[in-house]
Design a protein around this ligand. Structure first.
Ligand SMILES: [Zn+2]
Length: 140
């Protein structure tokens, strides 16, 4: 075993706190979240069981990187939303797209800092611009 691999070889967790394996050396029953998801599974309440550590030379993220592993034996099947949950979600999403000013579905989620659709926001901005000019004329 190379020296780098030995650095991250800690199946008992005595050095890193949790069982730790070098790249590609974790036992087959320990999977990442993505690997669980690919099998239609979720961690199911279990915490991180182990980790893979490796030294990365990737630009922007150099240093030691970690992937957290979950035990497939404690994993549960992914939940699929019920028809009522799906209906509630699409209703909530529709509300996020509906402009309170013109009451139309804008087709996109309204920006929170505006609270109204872009058309209404632009109209409102034009109106205040004109008001500003009027005030300026009055003041002069
Ligand atoms: Zn609007």
């Amino acid at each position: 075993m190379s020296r780098i691999r030995a650095t991250f070889w800690d199946p008992t967790g005595s050095r890193y706190g949790i069982p730790t394996y070098p790249w590609k050396m974790a036992p087959a029953h320990l999977l990442t979240l993505r690997q669980l998801t690919a099998q239609g599974l979720r961690p199911g309440g279990q915490g991180v069981q182990a980790q893979v550590l490796w030294r990365s030379r990737r630009h922007g993220a150099p240093g030691v990187r970690a992937a957290y592993l979950y035990d497939v034996r404690f994993a549960l099947p992914k939940r699929t939303p019920t028809a009522r949950q799906r209906a509630a979600l699409s209703k909530a999403n529709a509300a996020r797209r509906t402009c309170p000013e013109c009451l139309r579905d804008a087709g996109y989620v309204l920006p929170r800092h505006l609270g109204i659709c872009l058309d209404c926001a632009e109209e409102a901005a034009t109106r205040t611009d004109q008001a500003d000019q009027t005030d300026w004329r009055k003041a002069a």
